[in-house]
Design a protein. Structure first.
Length: 77
């Protein structure tokens, strides 16, 4: 449990910082919800997978969360 918590402490603050900066790009509410809820869901699945030793779900959920963190929002031309 402690290792899962420490893992979350490594990933969640980065997403929060990037998510805060993302808000300055004035995304639509839909765009913001997609990124934020995708990250939330991925972290929940990752934590459960971490605690139960479920591979490849742990790696897949980490990857989904990472992509939600670095994703580039679509903008109108």
């Amino acid at each position: 449990m402690r290792r899962a918590h420490l893992n979350d402490l490594e990933n969640i603050p980065v997403f929060l910082a990037i998510g805060f900066l993302f808000l300055f790009t004035e995304p639509s509410a839909f765009e913001a919800k997609v990124y934020f809820f995708t990250f939330l869901g991925a972290r929940l699945v990752h934590t459960v997978s971490y605690l139960n030793g479920l591979q490849p779900w742990r790696a897949i959920s980490w990857g989904v969360g990472f992509l939600a963190t670095i994703g580039t929002p679509p903008h109108d031309s």
